[in-house]
Design a protein around this ligand. Structure first.
Ligand code: AMP
Ligand code: FE
Ligand code: FE
Ligand code: ZN
Length: 288
């Protein structure tokens, strides 16, 4: 049974609708897929319908952009209550500030002579989607400045670029506790992906574990062998669930559905720990 617990749709910076994503999962032989849009749970209903149609179980999820002492950390959350007031307040705040910050970046680029406008960036994103640098990248690609998102990220969209503007992101320890309070299962996304920037130390993992962290996304394409070994060691040390996933973004990244997977026994534990929402889509196959 192929299980992929990290994907993005047009509700954030993926290029597939949730329905297209679930259909693509079925076509790729993925039996269980988690929809984990950045700071948004708005794609769950469509993924649920598509899952029933295509025989795919959908784990409802999210990827929260957080911080640990100024370092960017991504936190996956599964099976939480999507109506939880505290979580909705945090994701709403993040999403609103993401709009302001992308508009600031787009305007600064336009002022410096790049062929891009705030309106063109909005036109790249789905209505109500969580806005991110990938949508600004898509506008620059559409204008012929770069061949793909990757090239835009290597240049003007890089975190070290003079055009870079940060956005509000909650403290990751508080976010772990908030997800647990909403019945969710917090799993740290690609924890040791050095190419993405500074990687946190073991003290951050310990603080998150004490707040209720339940898993680490050990198997991810951005992890080299040393990162995987470090993740395995920390899972053993703290009794954390070891997950694996593709971080699929449709045409936005080379990542393919099912390229990294999670063990069925880990999924069973994850589902048992999540009490805020049921599984969506098709029912899980009965064991044996
Ligand atoms: P943001 O959260 O708006 O700062 O943008 C970060 C997002 O951009 C991440 O979630 C990634 O999905 C995406 N991203 C980061 N680096 C790249 C890259 N080199 N190519 C394509 N997408 C990227
Ligand atoms: Fe993304
Ligand atoms: Fe991420
Ligand atoms: Zn992701």
């Amino acid at each position: 049974m192929v299980i992929d617990l990290h994907t993005h749709s047009r509700h954030s910076d993926g290029t597939d609708t949730p329905g297209e994503l679930v259909a693509a999962a079925a076509a790729a032989g993925v039996r269980v897929v988690a929809l984990t849009d950045h700071d948004a749970a708005t794609g769950w209903d469509e993924a649920d319908r598509a899952g029933r149609e295509h025989g795919v179980t959908v784990v409802p999820g999210i990827e929260l952009s957080c911080r640990w002492r100024g370092v960017s950390v991504h936190l996956l959350g599964y099976l939480f209550d999507p109506q939880d007031v505290a979580l909705l307040a945090e994701t709403g705040r993040a999403r609103r500030h993401r709009v302001t910050r992308i508009e600031q970046m787009a305007q600064a680029l336009a002022d410096a002579g790049w062929p891009v406008s705030v309106a063109q960036v909005h036109a790249q994103a789905g209505a109500g989607a969580t806005l991110g640098r990938p949508h600004l990248a898509d506008a620059l690609v559409a204008a012929g400045v770069y061949p793909d998102r990757e090239a835009a990220f290597a240049d003007v969209l890089h975190g070290n670029s003079r055009f870079y503007v940060g956005h509000y992101a909650p403290d990751v320890v508080a976010a772990v506790a908030m997800l647990r309070a909403a019945g969710g299962v917090p799993v740290m996304a690609h924890p040791f992906a050095a190419a993405r920037g500074t990687v946190v130390g073991d003290d951050a993992i310990e603080a998150m574990v004490r707040a209720g962290l339940l898993g680490l996304e050990v198997d991810h394409r951005d992890h080299d062998a040393a990162a995987v070994a470090r993740g395995e060691r920390l899972c053993d040390r703290w009794g954390l669930l070891r997950t694996g996933a593709s971080d699929y973004h449709g045409r936005g990244k080379p990542n393919r559905l099912g390229e990294r997977t999670t063990d069925p026994a880990v999924l069973t534990e994850l589902v048992a720990a999540g009490t805020g929402s049921p599984l969506l889509g098709a029912p899980l196959p009965s064991p044996g």
